[in-house]
Each structure stands twice: as C-alpha cells, then as structure tokens.
Design a protein around this ligand. Structure first.
Ligand code: ADP
Length: 739
C-alpha cells in the first residue's frame, strides 16, 4: 500500500474513553479551525476502535453544525482492547497512513492520552514493521516520519495535573449541584438525611466543590481520609446541627473515598452508621452517569472551543514535536503542557493516596485545593468553635445591582468571621441601610439556608453616599462599633468604598478597613478576572440563545441578541463563543457602518451558499449608542431583502436573576474567605487601608481602593486591560465557512 501524503496537511480528531460534556465543542473547534487553516480534517469514530477498524471519515464544515450545545460526543467514543495490543496499533497506523493522517487531536482521559503517547513513540517501529510485512513501501514510511499528538483532557473528574479544569468537570458540577439542590428541598421538608455518592475515584474535586456549592453537612474525598472514629464524630456533628435548627443533612461521598486504613467508605456503610447513630433512616442517592450527561455548561463550551482551536495551531507547528502535548487551562489562559509530565504528576497524586501520603497528595493538588478544603471544614461545622470571643465587629453589605452568588458570599463571610471569634453584622440595603441604621447581628444558623439562593438576602441598592449621608454613616459605624466592612458588590460598591475612604480626614470613624469583593454579572471590575455572578449570567444567556436558535430551525432567520454588561463585552463575547455566534458587537471593539456592511455580505453569502437556516449576532447593550440593537435589526432586515429576515431579542433583567451556578457559589466562597482574611490581618496589624480584591493569575490580588480609577476607566467602568478580549476573532472564524 502507498500512503497518500499530500501537500495539504491532514489532521484527525478522536474522542476516547469516558465521554464528557464539552467534547462536541472541542470537536467542532478542531474541525473548523483545521478547515479554516487549509487542512483536510478527519474524524475517527468510536475512539481507538475506529482507528483499528478504519472507521475514519473526512469532515466538512456542516458535519459539526448544531453540536456545540449537545452533551456526549457526536463522533462516538469507546474503550478498545485491540489498541492495547501492538497488532491493533499497527492496524491503526496503517489506516491513518492510508488516509494521509500524521497529526492527531485526541480528546480523552489519562488512559486515552497515555495510549496516544505510546502510539506516537512507537510510530517509527510500527511503520518499519508495516514495511517488513509489505503492507506499506519504504517511500511511504519515509513520507510519514513522525506522528504528532496533541491531547485535550476530557474528564468530568477534573483529575489531570497541569490544568485547572478538564472538559466536562464544570458541567458535571452543574448536574450534581442541581440534583443536590433538589434533594435538599425534599430533605428540608421531611427533615431527612441523604447520602449522595458522586464520581471521583482518585480525585475528590466533584465532592469537595459540590460540598461547598450545596452547603453539605459532611464530605468524604480520597485525598484526606477522616481520622479514625469519624463515624462517631459525623453523627455528633449532624446531631448538634439538628439541635441548632438544621432541618436537612446531606453527606457527600466521592466514589473513591477511603478511611485511613484504605478501606472503602461506601455510601451503604455511611447509611448504616447514620441509621444507627442518628436513630433515623437515611436515604442513598447514587448520581452515577447522570453526572456525565446533559448539555455542557457555558464554561465547558467556551473552554473546549478555545482548547480545540489551540490544539490545531499546536499541531500545525512546522518543527518536529519532541514530545506529545496537551492543551491546558492555567489561570484562565489556554496553554500547552507536556502530556507525559501531566500524566505522571496525575499518577503521583494517586500513588500518594494509595501509599497513605495524604499531606503530600493535598500539596500536589495545589494551593486553591487547600483553601477550598479549609473553607469546607468551617462551613460544615454545626456551630462556631469555642474560643475566646473578640469584641470586634465586622459588618457586611451588598451594594449595586444584585449578582447571583452574593448570598453564598454572605454565608461564607459570616461563618468565617464567627469561626474566628468576631461578631458579624449585616447592613440591609447597602448605603441606604447604613444611613437609616438598618443593622442586625448574625448568628451561625441565620445563614444556614442561604447557599444557592439568587438575589441578595441583605438587600442591595445603588446609592452612593454624598453630603450629610457621611454624618449618618459615621454615626452608625460608631454606635455599632464596626471595625471593618466586607463590601460585596460591583462598580457601585467600589465607588462607595472609594468615597468613604476619601472622607477619612473629616470622619475618624472611617479609619477602618473596607474590603471589596467583586460581585457583578458584568465582570467589569479591575483586579479580578471573574466576578461573582458573571458565570450564572453567562449560563442564563447561553440557555436563552439555545432556545432562540431552535425557534428558527427551518426559517431563514438571523437573530440579534442583546445582552447586559454595560460597557464591558465579557458576556457578549463569551456567550457568543459558547453558542456559535457569527458576529459579536461590543464597545471595546466598536461598531462601524463598514463593519456592518462586511458582516451583512458574509451573512448573505453564507445564507446563499451554505444552505444556512439560522444566524446569530450577540450585541452588548452599550456596544454603540447610535447603532442600537433596534437600528441594527432594521438595517440588516432591510438590506438582506428576501434572503433572510432579522429578529431581535433583548434578554434584559433575566440575566441578573436565578440560582447561582456552581462556579459562582465556589467563587463567592473563595472571595469571601479571602476578603475576611484581609480584614482579620488589617485588624490584627492595625492597618486600616481599604482595598478591593480579586482572583488573578491563580492568586488573590489586593489593590488599594484609591487605585480604582488608575486601573479602570471611570467613563466606561471597565479595566483598561481585559484578559478575554482577544478571543473575539475566534468566534467568527468558527462560525462562518471561509471562502
Ligand atoms: P480514559 O481515557 O477516560 O482514561 P480509559 O483509561 O478506559 O479511559 O482509556 C480509553 C482507551 O484508551 C482504552 O480502551 C484503550 O483503547 C486506550 N488506552 C488506555 N491506556 C492505554 C495504554 N496504556 N496503551 C494503549 N492504549 C491505551
């Protein structure tokens, strides 16, 4: 056989091992980026079995239409025994060469990726043997000197080292959180105990994070097995919480949880312990494959899309590949890492767990993991630990527009404060409440049921203090002996902190730390890459756009969907990327007549030539004050003639409501914890500087409030530099077939 090495480069994409939500988005991105960059792109169906059985087919642009929003993998996946054998891999190599393929994107877990690496290493030997067996000729062997491999990690467990997230983990967390929220409401009514088993053989990510996002009572993960005697301690903790007023108890167990002697901690055993120890029958829910299913979350769609595009550009590098690579996400940036280094580090953690080196396993998981474990430990307590009570009081207020996750931040902040011996106060309705003296003290159980609730329990408004307000505020601070404030809010909140800070020379009461944590669906706050609420809004938009697109399945229709964000295009860009929008309009990039003319031409060509039935444009609410959504809609509708009609949809306040997404709950907990620690440190060291904080580059960033206008433009209320802006071109590249 002769291979068909051509001048045009041929790449193939395959999904393998356990499926994960977001694989389709990655496949779409690989296929379309490949075609857009002039490659022939093939899909290998049914994982390695398809490679062995020659189930390889060339993909066209339309073959990946309409899959972005689907769970599972449209090209199939399987576990394949044949590929584990050398003979199977030889057949696979012959099939690839016959199609002219020597560059592969493998989407799978560490098993699939290890197999891919072995295949790459063996490639020259496999080809030499194919020559010896006279299956290929020497010339063909020389035409295919190396196999290039780039992996994308598809695994709902989030168990791969070197990457912050794997494809499917966020969606699985959505499924778990939805299920536990549902269980909690029935458990609450009947005062029941539920034991919920979630996936995670060697990695407790899903158990730990769902424990935080659902406010669970007790969590078992493989990385930190409980000390002996946990059975008694767990029952005592649950009983104490019951006495304190908790109506429901949820115990989450990762499927790989073990005790200190390596005995599995099964859901059945936990139930047995609880039934006996609590004197009531508990129920078991094993979530199982539900966790793999359903639509991918907004995050899994845009992350997988960006990773797929990066995989192709890595694969097309002209230089020889010295090792197999994987595409990873580190601190919100897409990068590449060594495949085998990542697999080895992942296995090192599993080995630590197997060998009982738990401290090391926790360290290898990284600092964020440790912070989240500490938060969970405190949040699960039935009451604050007994120790010397400080008389110092810290107040919490929520300001600006409500953002989903504000209540989770409040819940964490109150408990972290109480656990550290502070008195915790809540101020109703932002500055208005301070002026009107609406201040109350929080007890441990007052915040018990707050997790996962939309809106703001404290109430919020957008008043910025002026004139005599400062006098009333100073009076309230003195009377309630407030020594520090945690301010959960958006741009308005930051301005309030700035104003109070400015008035320090006049009012000595203001000489106290105010720590702002970013909570705004707009994600427009300096010093922070993801603010509380923005992920929920993004998911709301993405779900709405899915429905809008479906409404025009057979019509020739273009939609312009207007989303919030004020002058910040984050929601527009990310929702466009996650829904396959053709064009995105945002203030950062501007909107011009010329741009609209070009887009109209591209859309018209596409409706004419590609048999397109629906197109999507996402427009930020303040993209351009003259070219409004209404104007653009009428312009496109008129100019497109009979080719397609144009409808607009303004999503409005729906974007600010709803239950917070798991990520927003986790982000709220993390930022509230960091914010409270900033206040504790300031109170201990008697430093009163007011700051805003955020997560940046994987660390907590801290900035004096006086720097607000240096880091962000007050006119458009967004940071000068935004990490996601460069993704805008990728959206159009993946949505419109190149000429
Ligand atoms: P995951 O990729 O989700 O970890 P598996 O570990 O089951 O799933 O691997 C999926 C497939 O990858 C296997 O059925 C097999 O075909 C292939 N594979 C896994 N490990 C190897 C290996 N060491 N050598 C060759 N192929 C492997």
């Amino acid at each position: 056989m002769k291979g068909k090495k051509e001048t045009i480069r041929s790449i193939a994409v395959m999904t393998s091992g356990g499926d994960a939500q977001g694989m389709n988005a990655a496949v779409r991105a690989v296929v379309r980026t490949g075609i857009a960059t002039g490659c022939r792109v093939y899909a290998i169906r049914e994982g390695y079995q398809g490679m062995v059985d020659n189930n390889i087919c060339e993909m066209d642009w339309e073959d990946v239409s309409g899959i972005l929003q689907l769970g599972g993998t449209s090209i199939g996946t399987a576990r394949c025994h044949d590929f584990r054998e050398r003979d199977g891999r030889m057949k696979a190599a012959a099939n690839l060469i016959a199609a002219g393929i020597d560059r592969l994107v493998i989407i799978g877990g560490d098993g699939s990726l290890t197999g891919a690496n072995q295949f790459r290493q063996e490639w020259p030997e496999l080809l030499a043997e194919l020559v010896r067996r006279k299956i290929i000729d020497v010339e063909t062997m020389n035409d295919f000197p190396e196999l290039k491999i780039v992996g994308l990690v598809g695994s709902i467990d989030n168990d791969m080292a070197n990457t912050d997230m794997t494809i499917g983990a966020d969606s699985a967390l959505h499924r778990i959180t939805e299920a536990i929220d549902a269980l909690s409401s029935t458990a609450h009514s009947h005062q029941r105990i539920f034991v919920v088993e979630v996936m995670g053989r060697n990695c407790g990510y899903l158990a730990l994070m769902s424990g935080i996002s659902t406010g669970a009572s007790y969590v078992f993960v493989p990385e930190f097995p409980p000390e002996d005697g946990w059975e008694k301690r767990m029952c005592e903790l649950l009983s104490t919480a019951r006495k304190a007023g908790r109506r429901d108890s949820i115990v989450i167990v990762a499927e790989g949880a073990r005790d200190r002697h390596h005995n599995p901690i099964t859901s059945n055993y936990i139930k047995e312990v609880l039934d006996k120890g609590m004197g009531m029958e508990s129920r078991i829910t094993i979530l199982g494959h539900v966790q793999r299913g359903g639509a991918p979350s907004a995050f899994d769609r845009y992350m997988s899309t960006a990773c797929g595009a990066e995989a192709v550009s890595e694969l097309l590098e002209e230089k020889a590949q010295d090792e197999s690579k994987i595409v990873v996400l580190q601190n919100n940036r897409i990068k590449t890492a060594s495949l085998m280094d990542s697999v080895q580090k992942t296995r090192a953690i599993s080995d630590c767990i197997k060998n009982g080196e738990y401290k090391q396993a926790m360290e290898l998981r990284g600092s964020n993991w440790n912070v989240m474990s500490k938060i969970l430990e405190t949040m699960c307590l039935a009451m604050p630990p007994e120790h010397k009570k400080h008389s110092k009081r810290i107040a919490i207020m929520t300001c600006g527009w409500p953002a989903p996750g504000m209540n989770d931040a409040l819940r964490t902040a109150v408990r972290i404060g109480l656990a550290n011996g502070y008195k915790m106060l809540g101020i109703n309705n932002g500055v208005e409440g301070l002026v009107n003296d609406e201040v109350k003290e929080f007890d441990w159980m007052d915040v018990e049921d707050l997790n996962g609730r939309g809106g703001s329990q404290l109430g919020t408004n957008r008043k910025i203090p002026a004139g005599s307000d400062f006098l009333y505020i100073a009076d309230a601070i003195i009377r309630h002996k407030i020594k520090g404030v945690l301010l959960i809010g958006g741009w308005t909140g930051y301005q309030i902190a700035q104003q109070i800070n400015r008035m320090r020379p006049k009012y000595s009461a203001f000489d106290m730390p105010i720590v702002c944590i970013p909570a705004s669906i707009n994600n427009n706050l300096p010093g922070s890459e993801l603010s509380i609420g923005s992920d929920t809004a993004l998911n709301t938009i993405v779900e709405a756009i899915d429905k809008i697109k479906q409404s025009a399945d057979t019509a020739h229709r273009a939609f312009i969907v207007e989303v919030m964000g004020r002058y910040c295009g984050y929601l527009a860009l990310m929702s466009g990327l996650a829904t396959g929008a053709e064009f995105i309009y945002m203030h950062e990039k501007g909107v011009t007549l010329e741009m609209m003319r070009k887009h109209l031409k591209k859309l018209s060509d596409s409706f004419n030539q590609d048999d397109r039935s629906v197109a999507l444009m996402v427009r930020n609410e303040k993209a351009n004050s003259a070219y409004t959504t209404d104007f653009m809609c009428r312009l496109f509708d008129e100019a497109s003639g009979d080719l397609f009609d144009v409808r607009r949809s303004i999503l409005g306040p729906i974007q600010q409501g709803g239950k917070p997404s798991p990520f927003d709950r986790i982000q709220a907990a993390r930022l509230a914890y960091e914010g409270m620690n900033q206040i504790f440190t300031r109170l201990k060291t008697r430093k009163t500087e007011s700051v805003f904080i955020g997560q940046r580059g994987g660390k907590t960033s801290v900035h004096p409030v006086a720097k607000l206008h240096q880091m962000a433009s007050p006119a458009v209320q967004r940071p000068h530099k935004q990490w996601w802006e460069d993704l805008v071109d990728m959206t159009t590249m993946l949505a419109i077939r190149p000429q």
